[in-house]
Design a protein around this ligand. Structure first.
Ligand code: HH2
Length: 354
């Protein structure tokens, strides 16, 4: 039998199982005790207090423990020179033959460059280059092939649009290293440093930004039968653990972006549960990124079978996320998302109300 925990450990454990999700509000009319969320556009004066395994209730911000409050309110540092006090659009550029929505369209450098220019024109604040599909069922690509696909495109992009921040979407340290040498300044690792043991050191040494995305399982099998005790809290805890790994490797929390990993080992119900209460993740003290664009659950709920018919549903998710203070939206349809957000913002936050 395991010995009983000493009472102070028990108390700490119980405390650790309480979570505070800010109820994000917008606009100028706010109570005196309103707190600005993450130095951004939202504010909160109440939070949902969630007890693991025990339901939730609404509490005033004054009841949030100091450590949580500090993480919720501290302004997020710029990522690759991009200030995060407003939402930002990450344009997707998959240079793969088999990505689920745009596979095979941008595999030659000229086509990739044209797509990148269109994304910039549409309002992209940064570009995410991927050379390995991680769609459900995808199999791993050899490092040499992933390098061949990504590095020349990054070199061409760097020359064509010197000011545009570039993110490399890879699980492999060698691919990340080559991309950083070619001019990328963000590493987007869908395995959250879990795939390649050398990845953390590459990111730490380069001093660049890192996106830690949650996934349950590997792409080839992750959609077989994903299960969670409580998907929201399990993903929160998993990301907290990955942040600790990154910090231990010398990557400062200020350089980390977190992502709940929509569709990565998640059912439609899991995806919806995460998006519905995504403001919980501000409690990790990092900027939040969401990549829901054109994913399967949008097709299921929106009745759009073909991935490139899922733009309207993708935009709806983007609006819901920004309303909860999510800073970075990873999207295929940059111009459409920008337009919808411009209207949403003009209504929800008229000029001078922030
Ligand atoms: N989704 C995909 C790939 N990379 N990175 C982050 N941070 N978040 C995501 O949700 C995410 C991601 C999968 O989408 P896509 O790149 O469009 O397709 P594929 O993996 O088939 O290339």
């Amino acid at each position: 039998m395991r010995p009983a925990l000493p009472s102070h450990d028990q108390a700490a454990k119980t405390r650790a199982m309480i979570y505070y999700r800010p109820i994000v509000q917008l606009g100028a009319l706010r109570p005196d005790d309103a707190m600005v969320l993450a130095g951004g556009w939202g504010w909160f004066s109440t939070a949902e207090r969630i007890a693991r395994g025990g339901g939730s209730d609404l509490v005033p911000a004054s009841a949030i423990p100091a450590e949580w409050l500090a993480r919720l309110t501290s302004p997020r540092a710029s990522i690759a020179g991009i200030a995060l006090d407003r939402h930002r659009l990450m344009g997707i550029l998959n240079v793969t033959p088999d990505s689920f929505s745009d596979g095979g369209r941008f595999t030659d450098t000229a086509a990739a460059l044209a797509q990148a220019r269109a994304a910039r024109q549409g309002g992209a604040d940064l570009l995410d280059i991927g050379g390995e599909s991680t769609r459900p069922g995808a199999v791993e690509v050899a490092i040499a092939e992933e390098l061949r696909r990504t590095a020349p495109v990054i070199v061409a992009l760097r020359a064509d649009m010197p000011g545009m921040p570039i993110s490399i979407d890879t699980r492999k340290a060698g691919v990340a290293q080559a991309a950083l040498e070619a001019g990328a300044s963000i590493v987007n690792d869908v395995s959250a440093l879990g795939f390649d043991p050398a990845m953390a050191a590459v990111v730490a040494k380069a001093g660049v930004a890192l996106c830690l995305m949650h996934a349950q399982g590997a792409p080839d099998t992750m959609q077989a039968d994903p299960r969670y005790g409580d998907v929201l809290l399990d993903v929160f805890d998993a990301l907290a653990a990955r942040i600790a790994v990154a910090e231990a490797a010398g990557i400062a929390r200020a350089r980390i972006v977190v992502d709940p990993g929509i569709g990565f080992g998640k059912t439609t119900a899991h995806n919806l549960a995460l998006i519905r209460r995504i403001s919980l993740f501000h409690g990790l003290g990092c900027a939040i990124l969401i990549g829901a664009s054109r994913k399967g659950f949008i097709g299921v709920i929106g009745g759009a079978e073909a991935p490139d018919a899922r733009m309207p549903g993708s935009v709806a998710v983007a609006l819901a996320a920004v309303a909860q203070g999510v800073q970075i939206l990873r999207v295929h349809d940059v111009d459409e998302t920008r337009q919808a957000l411009a209207l949403w913002q003009a209504i929800a936050q008229p000029e001078g109300t922030r």
